[in-house]
Structures are given as C-alpha cells and as structure tokens.
Design a protein around this ligand. Sequence first.
Ligand code: PMP
Length: 356
Amino acid sequence: MKFREALKSVSPYVPGKSIDEVKREYGLDKVVKLASNENPYGASPKAVKAFKSYEDLHIYPEPDPEDLRQKIGEYVGFDAERIVLGAGIDGVMENIFKLFVDSSDEVVIPIPSFPYYHILTRVCGARDVCIARKEDFSIDVQAMLDAVSEKTKIVLLCSPNNPTGNIENEEVVREIAESCNAVVFVDEAYAEFSSKNLLKLAEYENVVIARTFSKAFGLANLRIGYAIVSEEIRKEYLKVSTPFPLSTPAKLAAMAALDDQEFLRFVVEKTREERRRVSKKLMDMGVKVYPSEANFILIETPLKSAKLAEELLKRGIIVRDCSKFIGCSEHHVRVSIGKKEENDAFLEAMEDVLCS
Ligand code: PMP
C-alpha cells in the first residue's frame, strides 16, 4: 500500500493507560487514574439526564445546531454567528487546519505543549516549528515572532498550557496576533479552571479561541468542542466540517451542562482547592511543582519520570510520564487533580516511592 509520505514522520497519539488495563497488568483491585485530565466529579446529573432522554437514534442530527451555538454564545459573550462546533477541540482544530494548512506550510508551536498539535501538523504534511519556552514556561515572544515566516499558517497557543499549567499573558498574545498574518489558534481547553482567559482577543480576525465540554463540564466521552471565530472563518469552516459532527444526545447534554452553572462552580472550586492542597503537600515532600491554572499540575522529581510513573503504577496510581512530550525533560510528570480521596492515594504512593 502506498500511504502518504507525510505519515512517515507521524506516531499515533498515545493516550493514558486505562484503569482496567492497569488492574489486569499489575493484578490490582483498586486503581486511581490521574493521567488524562478528566473531571473526577463527572458531568452534571442534568446533562446525563438530557443525554439519556433522546431516543430517535436512527435520525441524523442537525448539522450545525443553532440552539447550542446560541447558548454557547451567551456563555462566552459572543454572537452565535461567531461560534463553530466540532468533535472536541481536536475536531475543531482539524477543521481549522483543513482551512489553512497545506503541505510544506509551517505551524509554530511553543514547546512543551499538547502532543496532538505536532501530530496534526505533520499529518497535513506541514512542518512543526518548535520554539522553546522560557524557564517558567512563558512564551519567548521574540523567538516566536522570529520563527514566523510567510510559510507560517498557524501559531498554536495553549492557555492554560498542557502539560505545564501556566496561562499566556493577554498582551503577549495580542502582540503575536498583531504582528503576524497567520491564524493564532488559542486552545483554552482548561479555561474554566483558570483565573483569567483570553476571550477578549477574539476581536482579532486572525484569532481563533477554542473551548471544550470535555474538561470542566465532564463530557469528554461525548466529544463536543467549539471555537469563537470571525464570521468569515465560520463561512469557510462549514465547507470543511464533516456533515454531522455532533450527535443530538451530545448537543442536549452540552445545553443542559451550560444551564447547570452551579455544578460547574462546584467542580471548579473543588478542583482549585485540591490543586492548592496537593501542590503544597508535594512541595513539603521536596518535589518541584510548577504553578498551575488548570486541573493538573506538572512536577519535577530527581527520579526519572518513566521510573516514577512505573513505581506509581505498581501502587495503583496512573500519572502521565511527560518525557516523550516534545520540549519536556526526563523528569517531568503531569498529574491530574482528582477527588480528595484519589489525591490522598496519590500523595501516599508518592511518599512511599520517594522514601524507598
Ligand atoms: N487541547 C488540550 C490542551 C488538551 O489537553 C486536550 C485533551 N487532552 C484537548 C485539546 C482535546 O480536547 P477535546 O476532548 O475537546 O478534543
């Protein structure tokens, strides 16, 4: 078979191990997963109820549901005509790439960041131009701007950034948006957990702000993402989107989730509280913890991350070894913030590993 040349430089996305896999492999009864930044509180019960209420599964969904766009628009403060939908941020991003990225183009990515950015860029046959972040993981604006050329079609920013947890400074992103013709794609998958967001920058025609229902809303399995784009981009987006990107049960769940702001507040408050507590306990153990505005933290330990992850697996805790993330070191591990009892199990296992 003759596959596209571009695929030679691509490795498949590696998701975190599942709880069942680890139970089987290590012969454990109880396993805690803190590896995929999922919402440990689940979705709003109202969203689950709305999802279950729909039975006409033999009927195709609406292609671009206006009621959901309207509700999202109210939530983010933009007109429904500025909202596009997709199968998670991953799906939205794929469509944006279809709009702008040809083979031999370039996509500028400050590293480390979300691994799928590199995969998607290479699948398109384009080149991922990787720019190292500063020591505190903030963006090196000058290096970014120096890297932008006529071939640059997208600058990919993530705030809060996965896996480092820091947010981008609004003025920095503004400077990038104003200084280049490329699309500045701002991935705000974790925005709800953060003290600040970059929504204001959607005023720029070349800025796309992407959001998801997978994280704070706890609907990762339903694959619902959206972005705020210019009306011009939206028109073109509808040409490249798959015909029915969102199922009706998913749409109903998303709308109910948006209506349940009380549940969202509960999730965010609990996560922040636990993020503070876990970070402090780890620092007390002598572990380096990077400040985070997301539902995960990046830590650095003297142990190699592969070894630490393996030792934690033996103790029934799944975390993310980041040593294979482009731009991370061999000592970086990302840990999702779970429920109190899950975090306690992780902290206990960490203590055990570090003391043995
Ligand atoms: N962006 C970032 C930064 C992520 O961490 C993730 C999920 N791990 C995604 C996008 C994908 O989100 P979705 O489920 O909306 O496709």
